[in-house]
Design a binder for this molecule. Structure first.
Ligand SMILES: Cc1cc2nc3c(=O)[nH]c(=O)nc-3n(C[C@H](O)[C@H](O)[C@H](O)COP(=O)(O)OP(=O)(O)OC[C@H]3O[C@@H](n4cnc5c(N)ncnc54)[C@H](O)[C@@H]3O)c2cc1C
Length: 448
């Protein structure tokens, strides 16, 4: 390890991006204080990735434990940053650290703004994913889906939701609602294995017949696309329910239709056609509306950042410096930027999904964290030595105490881990036991 430099960096958010930033900065000899909303570290690697991916999740957890037990890495979970949270952005900046990195993911909900989206039976994918992964605040909330669920989206998150609905909720039917056509599907073929035993291939064939002319109109070959889409239905996980899964292509939901009790009874859908857009295609509405019956809707259309945190925000993202630098990676991409003053927010950086919402898998978030750390290290090189870690930590603890916050350190996390391992029985679809409220977890830690 290189010589201790006395710089202290605060990293807000302990998902794959923030932990990658911390690992690089720690290796470079800096002290890193990690503050995380959740008691447990890992972000979506803990509370997003489908629970049955035990190997992936286990490997990441092991890596993260090793990092957090390093002497120059100081972890505090159960600390949220934002307006009316444990600490504001300004308070964080005032603690005396040389830099602050925000890697808090994309916690906002991206609504497509259709009428009726507050009806009973309408859900957002991230909430559902948090629910089945037992994130406190979501794990014990009821998510009562009906018999026929429309999942809006065509990516891996849509498949994860379908996976849960087909294999665990055992609903009767799941329909993926896709704005463009089957050639523009975005999910990874490997992911579809979780649900392909339940595919309604006859129904999919009929759907291809329905949209055939619109595919041909943009030079696509419906027979070839059908072959490639259904050809991915191999190595399917064994069937455990009679649920049927299908697709509705070239369809944009315009309105959620409800009954007298404000319960979903269907979607008003607009037919789309495809138009060439460079090498890609775009969906164009045909103004032909029809009713699509279903009793629940899950939006799996990506996420946006949480605009209430208090960082410069515009149009679903935190604002970064528009003035490119010649450096590689470009510092500007990671620097928070205040458009009102036309200046960067001094010493404040962004990484991972907080910088680019819903962008890629764990590996991409990690790489973003690595790049961000390079930028921060370059920045630290321009600074005179900052405060000592102890001084920053003392100030932080005093402030948290004043707020009556209850931070959870790594030692406490080990107590929690061992208590969870001693519990009998895995929770639905998790494959392991997880406490579902912060209260239970903190109670356990306090009893030691
Ligand atoms: C449903 C779903 C399934 C996925 N499946 C896979 C998969 O199978 N394989 C794969 O490789 N990738 C998968 N991904 C992608 C992967 O999870 C992300 O790429 C990665 O987790 C993003 O990392 P991040 O650190 O930027 O954000 P996150 O993982 O979201 O971490 C953000 C962290 O910030 C904390 N935080 C949030 N707000 C605050 C705040 N205000 N103050 C303090 N802390 C805060 C949170 O507690 C969290 O720990 C999946 C994603 C989703 C949504």
């Amino acid at each position: 390890m290189s010589a201790q430099t006395n710089h202290v960096v605060i990293v807000a958010g302990a998902g794959p991006a923030g932990l990658a930033v911390a690992a690089s900065l720690g290796k470079a000899g800096h002290d890193v204080i990690i503050l995380n909303r959740d008691i447990k570290f890992g972000g979506l690697a803990e509370y997003g990735i489908f629970p049955s991916k035990l190997k992936l999740r286990g490997g990441l957890r092991k890596q993260y434990w090793e990092l957090l037990e390093q002497p120059n890495i100081h972890y505090l979970g159960n600390v949220s940053i934002g307006k009316e949270k444990d600490l504001t952005v300004e308070e964080l900046r005032g603690l005396g650290a040389s830099a602050v990195v925000f890697s808090i993911g994309a916690q906002g909900t991206k609504a497509i703004g259709v009428e009726g989206d507050s009806a009973h039976g309408v859900f957002h994918a991230k909430d559902v994913v948090y629910h089945f992964n037992r994130l406190p605040g979501f794990g014990d909330r009821p998510f009562n889906v009906g018999k026929h669920v429309a999942v809006i989206g065509a990516g891996d998150v849509m498949v994860d939701i379908a996976h849960w609905l087909v294999r665990y909720k055992k609903v009767e039917r799941v329909t993926a609602i896709v704005r463009r056509g089957p050639a523009e599907r975005k999910y990874n073929p490997k992911e579809i294995r979780a649900v392909c035993a339940n595919m309604d291939v006859e129904g999919i064939k009929k759907e291809f017949t329905r949209i055939k002319d619109r595919l041909v109109a943009v030079g696509q070959n419906p027979d070839e696309i059908f072959k490639s889409l259904t050809g991915e239905f191999t190595k399917c996980e064994p069937k455990v329910s009679d649920a049927k899964m299908g697709f509705q292509f070239l369809a944009s939901p315009k309105r959620i239709l409800v009954d007298a009790n404000n319960q979903v009874r269907g979607l008003e859908m607009e037919e789309n056609k495809l138009e060439p857009k460079g090498a890609d295609t775009a969906a164009v509405g045909l103004k032909q509306l029809y009713e699509f019956p279903c009793d629940s809707v899950v939006f799996a259309v990506g996420d946006k950042v949480d605009e209430t945190v208090g960082l410069p925000y515009k149009g679903g993202v935190f604002v970064t410096n528009p003035n490119k630098t010649a450096n590689e990676p470009d510092d500007a991409l990671f620097q928070a930027y205040d458009e009102a003053s036309g200046k960067i927010v001094e010493g404040v950086f962004l990484a991972g999904w907080a910088r680019k919402a819903s962008e890629g898998l764990v590996g991409i978030a990690k790489r973003d964290g690595d790049w961000c750390a390079e930028v921060v290290i370059r920045y630290l090189g321009t600074r005179t030595t900052g405060s000592q870690a102890k001084a920053v930590l003392d100030k932080l603890h005093a402030l948290l105490q004043e707020r009556k916050s209850r931070p959870v350190d790594v030692k406490a996390l080990r107590i929690l881990e061992s208590a969870e391992q001693k519990q009998q029985g895995a929770t639905e679809c998790i494959g392991e036991f997880k406490f579902v409220t912060n209260q239970e977890m903190i109670g356990l830690i306090d009893r030691g």
